[in-house]
Design a protein around this ligand. Structure first.
Ligand code: SRM
Ligand code: SF4
Length: 586
């Protein structure tokens, strides 16, 4: 296959292309008729083509699913609204940018900021007439949503801890470099025309404005077959879950200095019920690259996906299936020959050994401090006595401190002087914000996706259901004397896996109504996929079933054995036997 930009031409022997391919090809570099449909006040929602294209601009058309309940009344239609997702490489924001995002969520969205599992923010509940003001507002703060969603490289992850450590600093710089290199080019012009009236803002490469006909040198006219995800991580701190990524760079250090990266490829989580051709897959180690080769290697892997990813079946259009179907040897051979242009160095023998949530007060190593706060399921909001949004706003307004978001849905307040710590602590008290030390481990190590009411694909609750489950689990674990164990629990409202539930020790995946498929035996550090324990479990039975297994774990574990390791050692059949078999009836 040529490394020239991809073409959509299909020969008679090739399967029919997915309809989204034609939408991209005819989109005039992602313009479609988005501007016209947003300008028409009579339209409350977009046509199918524009619904697809707007994803590349960082937005999804959604529907308020809670409002469906009222729709049986005559004349009540769908309550359309939009979600906007930012691109924030490495999760970085200045204090002023944070405050601008906070303002925007109050003015144009539903008054909450949602930290995503990819270190970004989402705004939910935006009404069509407010979209332009919202996107203009985020760009005025020098933040973008371009490429937040769509068939391009998504937000690039990197450990956000602001430690005075050369490896983390280099990873943050490389995350920025990869994000900039793989950003849409012609698409950037369309974005600016539609949302910013063609105005040039500082962070868009000038060349885009000088040459309106510039094509996409990396993506080509039809972009990638589907989304593409990149992350940087450290062996002792895999806080970005790199084995779940299409492309992962694991930093290799010598005497604390970064000397290069083990390049992993072909990870992913999503699967579809009843479709055994779809499955979660851990990334495989491909080669070792030097820091100066990272951007070129990222471009090469992206182009390999562009040319060899499945453009007929979007359910199988991820790099993980190329890796699975070819095997790592063929993947290496094609990458080296057609996309990297040099023989590959084998990956170094550097295992993943930890994951840090970066919570609590921690010295940065430069005389300043950062404070990591646990945000339940990533939702920054004011509710009851917990006024998290107002409290964060008060702290950031006072100190103008930098802010970073983690891929575990938490927030870090950075660069705080020792003298300012007591003031921050008293603001936490004033706004009812718990210090991480006072939270249970299971709450800190849990994540859930938004699911209902915003996600159109959700078949169960997740973000709104998990707090009850983790509360009950915390009580059970405390009763068994296991409260300090690190047990990650992740819940999603469907099998797409947005909270990476197939890597956690306990995965709870929406099955429909109030039932979940239970998975067990992953690893707190993201090194292993878990296994299906039982299907269609009513939510109220989840904790009693886990209690049975936790009780056995307590009695049978070897010294220091982690819960996921125990589950793997005793085997899934034994665990299923403890709770009535694989279908709960045995
Ligand atoms: Fe996701 C689709 C939310 C991270 C796999 N994801 C969606 C959509 C856009 C639903 C849709 O297509 O209509 C969700 C919007 C819900 C809402 O109301 O906001 C959605 N995904 C999210 C977020 C917000 C979940 C969260 O709790 O934070 C995450 C946004 C990340 C970001 O900032 O870019 C998010 N999604 C993930 C991850 C985790 C990751 O990337 O590390 C995965 C699994 C990894 C992977 O890609 O395999 C993930 N999302 C999916 C899939 C399954 C893709 C597949 O290969 O089958 C879908 C469905 C799809 O694309 O058709 C999906
Ligand atoms: Fe929606 Fe499913 Fe992703 Fe949850 S896992 S946000 S329900 S697509």
């Amino acid at each position: 296959m040529s490394t020239d930009t991809a073409s959509t031409a299909a020969t008679s022997s090739e399967p029919k292309l997915s309809p989204v391919e034609a939408i991209k090809e005819n989109s005039r570099s992602l313009r479609g008729t988005i501007a016209e449909e947003f300008a028409d006040p009579a339209l409350d929602h977009l046509s199918e083509a524009n619904k697809q294209l707007i994803k590349f601009h960082g937005s999804y058309q959604q529907e308020d699913r809670d409002a469906r309940k009222k729709r049986d009344k005559p004349g009540v239609g769908k309550a359309y609204m939009f979600m906007v997702r930012l691109k924030l490489p490495g999760g970085k924001l200045t204090g002023d940018q944070y405050l601008a995002m906070d303002d925007i969520c109050g003015k144009y969205a539903n008054g909450t900021l949602r930290i995503t599992t990819r270190q970004s923010f989402q705004f939910h509940g935006i009404l069509k007439p407010d979209m332009k003001s919202l996107i203009r507002g985020i760009n005025a703060a020098l933040v973008t949503s371009l490429g937040g969603c769509g068939d391009v490289n998504r937000n690039v992850l990197s450990c956000p801890a602001p430690l005075n450590d050369p490896a983390r600093k280099q990873m943050q710089e490389l995350a920025d470099a990869v994000a900039a290199h793989l950003a849409p080019r012609a698409g950037a012009r369309a974005y600016h025309e539609i949302w910013l009236n063609g105005e040039q803002v500082e962070h868009v490469p000038a060349a885009e404005h000088e040459n309106p006909e510039a094509n996409e040198p990396i993506y080509g006219k039809v972009y990638l077959p589907r989304k593409f995800k990149t992350a940087f991580s450290l062996p002792h701190d895999n806080c970005t879950d790199i084995l779940a990524q299409c492309l992962g760079f694991l930093c290799v250090t010598e005497n604390g200095k970064p000397v290069g990266y083990n390049l992993y490829a072909g990870g992913g989580q999503g699967q579809t019920n009843g479709n055994p051709d779809t499955f979660p897959h851990l990334a495989r180690a491909v080669c070792f690259v030097e820091p100066g080769e990272v951007v070129r290697a990222a471009e090469g892997i992206c182009k390999l996906f562009r040319d060899h990813g499945n453009r007929a079946n979007r359910k199988r259009a991820r790099l993980k299936y190329v890796m699975h179907d070819w095997g790592v040897e063929k993947f290496r051979e094609v990458f080296a020959r057609d996309y990297f242009g040099q023989p590959l160095r084998m990956p170094k023998d550097v295992p993943i050994t930890g994951l840090d949530l970066h919570l609590g007060w921690q010295p940065q190593g430069d005389g300043k401090w950062f404070l990591g706060l646990s945000v339940e399921n990533g939702r920054i909001k004011d509710e009851g006595t917990l006024r998290l949004r107002s409290g964060l706003r008060a702290i950031v307004s006072k100190l103008r401190c930098n802010v970073r978001l983690t891929a575990q849905q938490d927030v870090l307040l950075c660069d705080i002087a020792t003298a300012d710590r007591p003031g921050v602590d008293s603001l936490l008290n004033e706004y009812g914000i718990s210090r991480p030390e006072s939270l249970t481990q299971v709450r800190k190590w849990s994540m859930a996706c938004p699911a209902i009411p915003t996600c159109g694909l959700a078949i169960t609750e997740a973000e709104r259901a998990l707090p009850t489950v983790t509360g009950q689990l915390a009580a059970v674990l405390a009763e068994l004397g296991l409260g300090e164990e690190l047990i990650s629990v992740r819940m999603t409202g469907c099998p797409n896996g947005c909270a990476r539930p197939y890597q956690s020790e306990v995965g709870l995946v929406g099955r429909g109504g109030t039932k979940y498929t239970m998975y067990i035996g992953g690893d707190t550090f993201g090194r292993r996929l878990n296994t299906e324990l039982q299907d269609s479990v009513p939510i109220e039975q989840i904790v009693p079933k886990l209690k049975t297994i936790f009780t056995a774990f307590k009695a049978e574990r070897t010294t220091g054995e982690a819960f996921g390791d125990y589950c793997t050692r005793v085997g899934i059949e034994r665990l299923q036997g403890m709770i009535g078999g694989a279908n709960g009836k045995g």
